[in-house]
Ligand binder design. Structure first.
Ligand code: OAD
Length: 246
């Protein structure tokens, strides 16, 4: 059985720790995850919602479903997990910061300074036709109503800079993320089902380079057997960490 004492010992003895987060860290902020018990993929088809060719042929599917998910993100606040991760970075316990698959900006909102966003961001929307950029705020009037925002320059369909299936991950962020993963002596793997590639190779990179991984996730993951410590409840673990490091 893994104990919090084991975890705090590991954190204190590590020199180069980082965290790798998924949608599970934001369920405590009231944002649904994808594959959890109440995940978004219970209601929407991932191959239509976040797939580039599906978006090009039917952007209305994405916008009609994203209005209550992506276009309410500005109202969400960081959870205890985001806040404690930011505090741990400030205290030197997480010198490599956070690599995240999330697109909700909550690590930065909580005060984390080193945040690598692997799956892009809805802060920027880009025209499919002329590549012109618009901000999240500027597409919000249409997008929050489930309507397709149009490019101010040419009238084309605006697509969020979230990485859809069929798109490459951002080159710079991916290179930085894998470099961090390779040099981390400890990687906290938090709230991810670890089934989406290439992001799910991040913890494998840490393992391959001699680092340790700790997994906190409610449901089983493919890497559970490789974790030195395994917990299931993020709230419980981070309440204990907050008390310990607070
Ligand atoms: P998933 O939804 O696949 O996994 C989130 C995990 O968090 C689930 O296994 C839940 O059991 C767990 N979880 C939720 N709340 C928790 C809690 N309070 N305590 C502990 N565990 C909890 O999300 P990701 O792994 O992040 O891609 O998904 C990866 C990518 O798939 C996403 O970035 C997204 C999606 O398609 C894009 O949008 C580009």
């Amino acid at each position: 059985m893994s104990s919090i004492q084991d975890l705090t010992d590991l954190l204190e003895s590590s020199r180069n720790a980082a965290a790798f987060t998924g949608a599970g860290v934001s369920t405590l902020s009231g944002i649904r995850d994808f594959r959890g018990d109440s995940g978004i993929y219970q209601d929407v088809d991932p191959r239509r919602m976040f797939d580039l060719s599906a978006f090009i042929s039917d952007p209305g599917y994405y916008y009609s479903r994203a209005k209550d998910f992506i276009y309410t993100l500005h109202e969400k606040q960081p959870s205890l997990v985001h806040r404690v991760l930011a505090q741990m970075e400030q205290r030197g316990l997480l010198p490599q910061g956070v690599i995240t698959q999330n697109i909700d900006l909550l690590h930065a909102k909580a005060g984390s300074r080193r945040v690598v966003e692997l799956h892009g961001t809805p802060s920027v929307h880009r025209c499919l036709d002329c590549d012109a950029e618009q901000s999240y705020e500027s597409v919000l009037p249409e997008a929050s109503q489930g309507e397709i925002p149009r490019c101010r320059a040419c009238g084309g369909v605006m697509k969020p800079d979230i990485v859809f299936f069929g798109e490459m991950l951002p080159e710079d962020e991916t290179a930085i993320a894998f470099r961090i993963a390779a040099s981390a002596d400890l990687l906290l793997v938090l709230g991810s089902s670890l089934v989406v590639q290439p992001a799910s190779s991040i913890p494998i990179t840490t393992l391959d380079n001699g680092g340790k991984i700790v997994i906190v996730n409610r449901t089983p993951t493919p890497l559970d057997d490789y974790a030195v410590l395994r917990f299931s409840d993020l709230q419980q673990v981070f309440e204990a960490l907050a008390q310990y490091f607070g």
